[in-house]
Write a protein that binds this ligand. Structure first.
Ligand code: FAD
Length: 462
């Protein structure tokens, strides 16, 4: 049987149990041909909209039997070519698996299907006094977040998705279904398979259920915005705050260009286009006041020009919405342009060198770029704009991306704090981990997916 006969065999067998939810419609296939990235799109042969674990299992067993590639797809917001089905086959869309299956209020955990978004989960939880804190700036699925080891603005206080997943249900490449982890807050009971699948980018298994830790909505929340004369002063403030152990809930950096973009896009009046920190504090009213006063003292010591409070929920939401829209604000700076974004993360003590170095390198390149970052974790993004449809400019943008990553690696950092490897960051994997560690990763892949059907071409260069 050749490759196209194998695909036909899978499509006709899967139709028997999925019906029209196994689509070969061109528009649907185009929608699954790439994510929010700049890789040339690839059309999958078919798109399967799964609704149950059993369907995922039957589909994977078929694809395993016939050697057909399967690329799991959540919301397609990933930024490194993760969902581009480079070997065609089936794009497996999990976005219709949206049930919240259990909420255990006493233990503060829940069990959900992978297509649930964090916005939907938080709307569901609101009247229970709990929330799920991991908040990427996109409308993505929690399955996709697990697969990319995502994080967001709250990670400095509540951790990334890795710290907030207690267990998973995973369908393996041959259709077997396993459960990992459990409901306890800790366990010393064998290999940590949950952590193996977190960040595996759809290359080791398909996540069909997720058990999450939840958190109590804090009694008091306050936000502040502090503006600085220089980027160094803003970053040095972050480093000192983190080294002082002040438990800030959010501490986000926007450079002058990003502030200008947000002022225009989100109508953020009353602020200057200057390096800025957005901060949020959670706790009792007294604790929140104390934390904020301590941060204000540090910011003033570094020459902060302002430290403005936002205690009203409406004003706070306006600020954080502007922060979440930073990517779209930056892209809107230059009509007809698209963006690629770096994701360097460095040890906190090297953050000033990394951010200031990235800004200088970006300025020298002549390309328009903005810096925004979850700097409390040492993670920042340089969003690089290039005219759409100009391959030479895209190549210059990638060269700048690579130069900033090289600077981050030289400071003991990583090429990706949260977006993942996909296609775009494969070249850095061996450099970061070494050949032996990479061989162990490949061994794991072969053991779990011997026929190499799951999201082939990603993570490793061949
Ligand atoms: C404007 C914007 C802002 C962003 N901000 C952030 C941010 O702050 N923090 C951050 O971490 N990321 C951010 N991202 C990146 C992106 O949103 C995350 O990587 C997100 O976790 C991807 O989720 P998704 O549902 O879109 O997954 P997809 O893009 O559909 O898939 C991502 C990867 O996960 C795999 N996958 C998806 N679902 C499953 C599943 N159920 N089982 C197994 N594998 C699966 C896919 O095969 C693919 O490899 C941002 C993106 C945009 C466009």
């Amino acid at each position: 049987m050749d490759a196209s006969e194998a695909v036909e065999a899978v499509i006709s067998a899967a139709r028997a149990f999925m019906g029209d939810r196994l689509s070969v419609n061109r528009t649907v296939r185009e929608q699954h041909s790439r994510g929010e990235d700049t890789t040339p799109p690839t059309l999958p042969d078919a798109v399967a909209f799964a609704e149950t674990t059993e369907e995922v299992s039957r589909l994977l067993a078929l694809c395993h039997q016939h050697g057909v590639a399967v690329t799991p797809f959540g919301a397609g917001t990933s930024l490194e070519g993760h969902v581009n089905p480079v070997r065609r086959g089936v794009s497996l869309d999990l976005s219709r698996m949206t049930a919240v299956l259990e909420v255990n209020e006493e233990d503060m955990d829940c069990l959900i299907e992978p297509g649930v978004t964090r916005q939907a989960l938080n709307a569901f939880l609101r009247d229970k006094g709990m929330f799920f804190p991991v908040d990427p700036g996109s409308h993505c699925t929690i399955g996709g977040m697990c697969a990319t080891r995502a994080s967001g603005t709250n990670a400095v206080r509540y951790g990334t998705i890795r710290e907030n997943v207690l267990g998973l249900e995973v369908v393996l490449a041959d259709g077997r279904v396993i459960e990992t982890g459990g409901r306890t807050r800790k366990a010393s009971n064998g290999y940590d398979l949950t952590r193996l699948f977190i960040g595996s980018e759809g290359t080791l298994g398909v996540i069909t259920k997720v058990r999450l830790r939840l958190h109590g909505i804090p009694e008091a929340v306050s936000a502040a915005v502090s503006q600085f004369p220089t980027l160094e002063a803003a970053v040095e403030t972050v480093i000192t705050v983190m080294q002082s152990g002040i438990p800030v809930a959010r501490i986000e950096l926007l450079d002058d260009d990003q502030m200008e973009a947000c002022i225009r896009y989100s109508k953020l009046t009353g602020f200057a286009a200057a390096p800025t920190l957005f901060l949020e504090f959670h706790g009792s009213p007294a604790a929140v006041r104390e934390q904020a006063a301590a941060v204000e003292t540090i910011a003033r010591d570094f020459g902060a020009a302002s430290f403005a409070w936002a205690t009203e929920a409406e004003e706070r939401n306006r600020l954080w919405q502007a922060r979440h829209d930073a990517y779209w604000a930056a892209v809107a700076l230059k009509p007809g342009h698209r963006g690629i974004t770096t994701d360097v993360c460095v040890p906190i003590s090297r953050l000033a060198e990394a951010v200031v170095g990235a800004k200088a390198t970006a300025r020298d390149s002549g390309l328009t770029s903005c810096i925004v970052g979850h700097v409390g974790d040492g993670n920042f993004h340089c969003l690089i704009l290039f005219p759409e449809g100009d391959p030479e400019a895209l190549e210059r943008a990638w060269a700048l991306d690579r130069a900033i990553v090289a600077q981050g690696l030289a400071l003991g950092g990583t090429c990706s704090g949260e977006h993942g490897i996909g296609l775009g960051k494969r070249e850095f994997l061996e450099q970061e981990h070494g050949a032996e560690a990479l061989a162990v990763m490949r061994g794991l892949k072969t053991s779990l997916d011997p026929r190499g059907i799951l999201n082939p071409g990603k993570m490793f260069r061949n």
